[in-house]
Design a protein around this ligand. Structure first.
Ligand code: 6PG
Length: 250
């Protein structure tokens, strides 16, 4: 079980993005004070794009010490970075190319490589960066996740039972929309994070948000996100939260 759990509901997608930036900035300040650096992993999809575009502009842009920040990806579609489906490509266009973040501190998943090679390369990148001891997993300061209408998160889909026991750090999966090969961080890596924040907006997500937060037996991938020693936040807009009856519980 997470050491902290919170559901935050904001009025609209714009307020949601602003709150997400506040959480990011606060976590960055705290991580830099304690450890001298801030390491986060971000997701793809459409929901974080508003926040990412806001991050590129003042007053938000100056809230983060980018020179002490490192960005990894939660998942990536196996496509070149100039493909519209590329998570790195979207993030680069929305904010990475507009902020003073050294390129050596940006760690895209290798979408152009063959999937298994890409997974091995990313595992090596993570090992090189985190240098964990005792076969432990990397520990991110913050992981931002989204959720699909089928309850997937990252590229961990409901029909992939083998992922539930995978001890790898990075896995290859096929599926989703677009239905392509993907690289994804696995449950044990995600669940090691100090803070995990789901960002969910719009009415079309209300049904799955209710199932995740109010039906313990649904067995959905997003429900398997339970940071072992960290905090879990569900950041929703009013539409996404509209079917919740009792505020939700993990
Ligand atoms: C991806 C994701 C995925 C995403 C959800 C929500 O690369 O597809 O990381 O897990 O976060 O599908 O996507 P939307 O924000 O587009 O609804």
């Amino acid at each position: 079980m997470p050491s902290g759990f919170e559901i935050i509901i904001k009025d609209n997608p714009s307020q949601l993005a602003k709150e997400a930036i506040d959480i990011l900035a606060m976590t960055a300040r705290d991580s830099i004070t304690r450890r001298g650096r801030f390491v986060m992993a971000i997701s793809g999809g459409s929901t974080p794009r508003r926040m990412n575009r806001m991050l590129a502009k003042e007053p938000y842009r100056s809230e983060i010490e980018w020179d002490k920040t490192h960005i990894f990806w939660v998942d990536e579609r196996c496509v070149p970075e100039n493909d519209p489906a590329s998570n790195f490509g979207a993030a680069n266009k929305d904010f990475l190319c507009k902020i003073p973040l050294p390129s050596t501190q940006v760690h895209p998943m290798p979408g152009r490589a063959l999937p298994e090679e890409g997974a091995a390369l990313y595992q090596a990148d993570l090992e090189d960066f985190f240098r964990p001891t005792d076969n432990d997993y990397p520990v991110f300061d913050l992981i931002l996740l989204g959720v699909g209408r089928d309850g997937h998160t990252a590229s961990l889909f409901p029909d992939q039972k083998s992922m539930e026991t995978s001890e790898k750090w990075v896995a290859v999966v096929k599926g989703g929309d677009p239905d392509v090969y993907r690289l994804t961080l696995t449950y044990p890596v995600l669940n090691k994070a100090k803070l995990i924040c789901f960002l969910v907006s719009r009415e079309k997500k209300a049904g799955i948000v209710k199932a995740i937060l109010e039906n313990r037996l649904a067995g959905l991938p997003a429900q398997k996100i339970q940071p072992s020693e960290g905090t879990l936040i569900w950041l929703l807009d009013k539409e996404a939260a509209s079917l919740l009856e009792k505020g939700g519980s993990p």
